[in-house]
Design a protein around this ligand. Structure first.
Ligand SMILES: NC(=O)c1ccc[n+]([C@@H]2O[C@H](COP(=O)([O-])OP(=O)(O)OC[C@H]3O[C@@H](n4cnc5c(N)ncnc54)[C@H](OP(=O)(O)O)[C@@H]3O)[C@@H](O)[C@H]2O)c1
Length: 291
């Protein structure tokens, strides 16, 4: 049985990767979580998923989770301020044979993104690796952008008319599952940019949300200062606001990131487009999360 450790297993991508791996026979999936007690219930009754304690800030938990593992799905939690490089070194010590790293589209040109440095450490580690470089998550609308959508029925981002290349987290997970489980070494040393087929600007996304949700959604592109003030008033952390500013303003100058065929090539099905995402998540998009 092949053993795969998935980090960030309680998060958006990690939980989707576990769901995709559960559909494949002959695996033991270790779900790396910080809080085993509360997360275990999600997978109870499925003997193929073993929740294990895993904390990027606790080396002992990493050793226990990595012991006897064949492959590692590694991500960098947005909340983490430290590097994940020690985990790569530990994986090597434990004889992990393949690390699949969740990176960011365009990372190879952007040295200021932490993932750029993690990729470099991974390349020099000597452990066979595959980089997954996803585009802008459609699921940002059910996470970081959800509050504005539900409370004010708007998208409020300083992105102007810039077009964003998008991807559904489910497609990232299916690509990851394929790369983690396909026999052979064809994915070793590869970097795959993972996108849907149609870049959109936020006015177009607002129009598709309006149609799909049956309620008017507007797009407001504020000045950086107004964006900062508004999000601070809403209680968002300064660090997160600055990352959001950078992420949404940069494509105004760098242009639209390219579209790729990775999803179709590796999963055999067309990528999910934004209108399909809206239809599939309609209920979740309309309802305020419980705090
Ligand atoms: N959003 C985008 O558009 C986009 C696009 C491209 C790439 N990305 C990349 O995708 C990654 C984010 O993935 P995501 O959306 O799945 O994140 P997420 O939903 O915020 O999940 C983060 C996960 O990391 C875990 N975590 C946090 N701190 C930890 C620690 N100290 N030790 C162990 N686990 C810890 C969290 O566990 P708890 O439940 O315990 O907190 C959670 O499971 C980032 O690297 C981001 O740069 C994002």
């Amino acid at each position: 049985m092949k053993r795969i450790l998935v980090t960030g297993a309680s998060g958006q991508v990690g939980s989707a990767v576990i769901a995709a791996l559960r559909a494949i026979d002959g695996l033991v999936v270790r779900a790396g979580v910080r809080d085993v007690t509360t997360e275990t219930a999600k997978w109870s009754g499925d003997p193929r998923v073993q929740p294990v304690g895993f904390d990027f800030l606790d080396p002992a938990s990493q050793d226990a989770a990595l012991a006897d593992c064949d492959s590692l799905f590694l991500l960098r939690p947005p909340q983490l301020t430290s590097d994940v490089g020690d985990v790569i070194a530990r994986a090597r010590q434990h004889g992990v044979k393949h690390i699949v790293f969740l990176s960011v589209q365009g990372v190879e040109r952007n040295w200021f993104v932490p993932h750029h440095h993690i990729e470099r450490r991974l390349v020099s580690s000597g452990v066979p690796y595959t980089m997954l470089r996803p585009a802008y998550f459609m699921q940002n609308f059910t996470s970081t952008l959800h509050d504005e959508l539900v409370r004010r029925h708007r998208i409020f981002l300083p992105a102007g008319n810039a077009q964003f290349t998008l991807v559904d987290v489910g497609d990232i997970a299916r690509v990851a599952a394929r790369v983690l489980t396909q026999s052979g070494t064809q994915h070793h040393g590869q970097a795959y940019t993972v996108t849907s087929g149609t870049p959109l600007n936020f006015a177009q996304m607002a129009a598709q949300l309006t149609t799909g949700l049956g309620t008017p959604i507007t797009y407001v592109s504020p000045s950086p200062w107004r964006f900062y003030r508004t999000l601070r008033r809403d209680g968002r952390e300064p660090g997160l606001i600055l990352v959001m500013l950078l992420l949404h303003m940069l494509p105004r100058v760098t242009g639209t990131p390219p579209v790729t065929h990775t999803v179709a090539d590796l999963t055999g099905r067309a990528p999910i487009e934004f209108a399909q995402f809206v239809a599939a998540h309609r209920a979740e998009l309309l309802v305020a999360p419980t705090r």
